[in-house]
Design a protein. Structure first.
Length: 331
């Protein structure tokens, strides 16, 4: 994954194509003013790291502490703190500490993405996962409705990709079915971009022309904006995956996508988040992670499922004896 820096003075439409993929630590591709190496020995940085970890589950090893220091330097300038220790006070002791911590998390949780990034996962959804879920719902007398969750949705490319994919399937597989998509992230700035739904060629480079015509409209220059029709099936919310209160409110999901997020958590945080995902999924639901991520030694309650070019994790159905079995459909 190639990371890009965020720039506060970029107009929103220019920032769309360069904005983040996931809520992760950013390593800038341009030179920026960073604290001197000696500053990294200040114990306040480790305490700031611990505050971030306790709040979000994001863990920064010592060898990456310089990235945290550079982001802290930005916020120190914004609040007028002259030392890391003074800035730590803004995060822990001041009246606006929650707001400042939120601002710091906005600085450190930025990545890069584009639409239709993982076609093998979409093919698995089309050929195996959705037919299986639909048949099981019908067999159990469930309503013809699907709920999907894009966890760590960043600037919205993944949930809008899912919305386009499912909308196209309404003509075939999903005829007579409805769906909605919950899209969550920790970064307020990323969510603002996602809600605006304005994208450039960088984000759209893998989006076919027929889909561009069907689900976007011109928005000045080379920018395209998501149609109101597509926006209507996606709900964006700020959710901290490490927060028990928020996560316990989310349930009844048929499919969860959480790609390239867990790699920035330590084992304890991964186990906590995956436990919540397991609770949020309906029996027989699926969890998709990034290509570099795995539930090995994290959670043994899911069943690993191999698809062509992708893997998924399935929450077993309550009664496997009545579960509908389905083989992959021919392409």
């Amino acid at each position: 994954m190639n990371f890009v820096p965020a720039s506060a003075d970029q107009p929103i439409r220019r920032r769309i194509g360069n904005f983040a993929r996931r809520s992760v630590i950013v390593e800038s591709s341009v030179k920026m003013s960073e604290p001197a190496i000696g500053d990294l020995r200040d114990p306040a940085y480790l305490k700031i790291r611990d505050v971030i970890y306790q709040t979000s589950g994001i863990y920064q090893p010592k060898e990456k502490l310089y990235l945290l220091a550079s982001r802290c330097a930005r916020r120190m300038g914004a609040v007028g703190a002259k030392t890391p220790t003074e800035y730590l006070g803004h995060l822990t002791a001041r009246g606006n500490r929650k707001a400042e911590l939120r601002s710091l998390l906005n600085e450190i949780t930025i990545g890069e993405t584009y639409m239709f990034r993982s076609v093998p996962q979409l093919e698995a959804l089309r050929r195996i996962v959705l037919p299986q879920i639909l048949e099981n719902k019908i067999a159990q007398g469930g309503s013809p409705h699907l709920q999907l969750w894009s966890a760590g949705c960043s600037t919205g490319e993944e949930p809008y990709t899912l919305a386009m994919f499912l909308s196209e399937e309404r003509r075939r597989l999903l005829a007579g079915w409805t769906f909605n998509i919950l899209a969550t992230d920790l970064n307020d700035n990323s969510l603002s971009v996602a809600k605006a739904g304005i994208y450039g060629e960088h984000a759209l480079r893998s989006t076919a022309e027929p889909l561009r015509r069907a689900y976007f409209h011109p928005c000045g220059g080379d920018q395209l904006q998501i149609s109101d029709q597509l926006k209507s099936v996606v709900r964006f919310e700020r959710v901290n995956l490490h927060d028990d209160g928020s996560m316990k409110m989310l349930h009844g999901m048929d499919v969860i996508f959480c790609c390239n997020v867990l790699i920035y958590f330590d084992l304890a945080s991964k186990r906590k988040v995956i436990q919540h995902f397991h609770s949020s999924l309906s029996p027989g639901g699926y969890l998709f992670l990034g290509n570099a991520e795995s539930l090995f030694q994290v959670d043994g309650r899911f069943r690993l499922v191999h698809f062509p070019g992708a893997i998924g994790y399935r929450k077993p159905a309550l009664d496997t004896s009545t579960e509908v079995k389905r083989e992959p459909r021919p392409s």
